[in-house]
Design a protein around this ligand. Structure first.
Ligand SMILES: C[S@@+](CC[C@H](N)C(=O)[O-])C[C@H]1O[C@@H](n2cnc3c(N)ncnc32)[C@H](O)[C@@H]1O
Length: 360
């Protein structure tokens, strides 16, 4: 069991909640910092937290995903002696403390993490007082390795130029900005480069973890469900393919196909049917990635996966919290599945994306 006396939520810098930027029947959205705003929401008022927070990877150089953004949320804390991973953990502890305040006893959290940093997020969630219940591995096939070509780096370091190296650089304004594609890595020039040819620094990412946690409660699950209406998982709501029990591994179609190619069929059915399948796409199409005033979001999650997670952990017509709304995927999924939802987003340029998803 987690420590029953979690650290207190940081003292709010605002005295009260600001006016929401979106206030619809099912949806309320606040522009601001989730660390600051969550403690201002009414205590024990929300049924579930489903979120895709920053992973602490400085993704594409975004400040919202790096230590500078996290430090902005923690003005009350001296983070000067902390490493970037420590700042990320302190920040996760801070938002999770706010979540603990606002969730009902027994309410679930489903939070995405990055493969390199999720241990810090899990510690933060646990530090805040949640009980870690499970993790879902979302296996996918489209990740690109961010790996150093060691031999090329050595040649460069030694000032040796590869005449047969071909790099294509795009200059379009895609959501991920310009891209560089190495069409031919060329032939290693120096002896050292030849020795280290074929070495790199990273594996190809092929899974994302989703942490499942729960706010502790006194007494039994039965007593808590009857009193607060939360504390259990909607197993039937999460069933898929022939009514199967929801699993803590989910696939994208590529993984499902790969499994079936490897294993063939067993007793007349493909093995991949034992797992839910959700699209994983680094650059989803327009129907899943809105664009407004020249802005689109670079880390959009699939609607179907968000809907499945919400359904698993939220009572029917319950209230979901997404403190890191981005373009509003979680919000749209919640609304379409007839839940209420409260969203927070710090970057004003993403609010029009949320509006366009919600058509408000
Ligand atoms: C990973 S993205 C969410 C993307 C979203 N799942 C989607 O599909 O569009 C995380 C978002 O959290 C926002 N964010 C970062 N720090 C925040 C904070 N302290 N409070 C509120 N939002 C924050 C970022 O601006 C970013 O849009």
């Amino acid at each position: 069991m987690p420590d029953p006396t979690p650290p207190p939520a940081p003292a709010p810098r605002l005295a009260e909640l600001p006016a929401p930027v979106i206030a619809e029947e099912q949806t309320t959205v606040y522009l601001g910092d989730a660390v600051e705003l969550l403690p201002l929401l009414p205590e024990a008022s929300i049924d579930a937290l489903v979120t895709d927070p920053p992973y602490g990877l400085s993704f594409n150089g975004h400040s919202w995903d790096g230590a500078s953004g996290f430090r902005e949320s923690l003005p009350h804390m001296d983070t000067s002696a902390m490493t970037a991973p420590e700042v990320f953990e302190a920040w996760c502890t801070a938002w999770a403390a706010g979540a603990l305040h606002v969730l009902k006893p027994g309410a679930y959290v489903a939070a995405f993490g990055g493969a390199r940093t999720w241990h810090r997020m899990v510690r933060g969630i646990e530090n805040a007082g949640f009980e870690i219940r499970d993790q879902i591995a979302w296996l996918h096939t489209t990740g690109m390795p961010k790996s150093m070509d060691l031999a090329h780096a050595i040649d460069k370091h030694l000032g040796a130029h590869r005449t047969d190296r071909i790099v294509q650089t795009t200059d379009h304004d895609g959501v991920l900005g310009a891209t560089r594609t190495v069409l031919s890595k060329g032939t290693p020039v120096t002896d050292d480069a030849q020795q280290w040819d074929g070495w790199g620094t990273a594996l190809r990412p092929a899974f994302e973890p989703i942490i499942i946690a729960r706010k502790p409660f006194a007494g039994t699950v039965v007593g808590n469900v009857l009193q607060h209406g939360v504390g259990a998982i909607n197993v039937d709501g999460g069933r898929f393919a022939d009514d199967r029990w929801p699993t803590n591994v989910v696939f994208d179609q590529g993984q499902a196909d790969a499994l079936d190619v490897l294993t063939g069929t067993w007793q007349g059915e493909s093995l991949s049917r034992k797992f839910p399948i959700f699209r994983f796409d680094h650059k989803p199409g327009r129907e899943e990635r809105p664009r407004a005033f020249g802005v689109s979001h670079s880390t959009v999650k699939p609607l179907a996966l968000m809907r499945w997670l919400i359904t698993l952990v939220t009572p029917p017509r319950g209230l979901v919290l997404e403190p890191f709304s981005g373009s509003g995927t979680t919000l749209q999924a919640a609304v379409e599945a007839h839940y209420g939802v409260i969203g927070v987003e710090k970057d004003p340029s993403f609010i029009p994306l949320i509006r366009s998803r919600l058509e408000v």
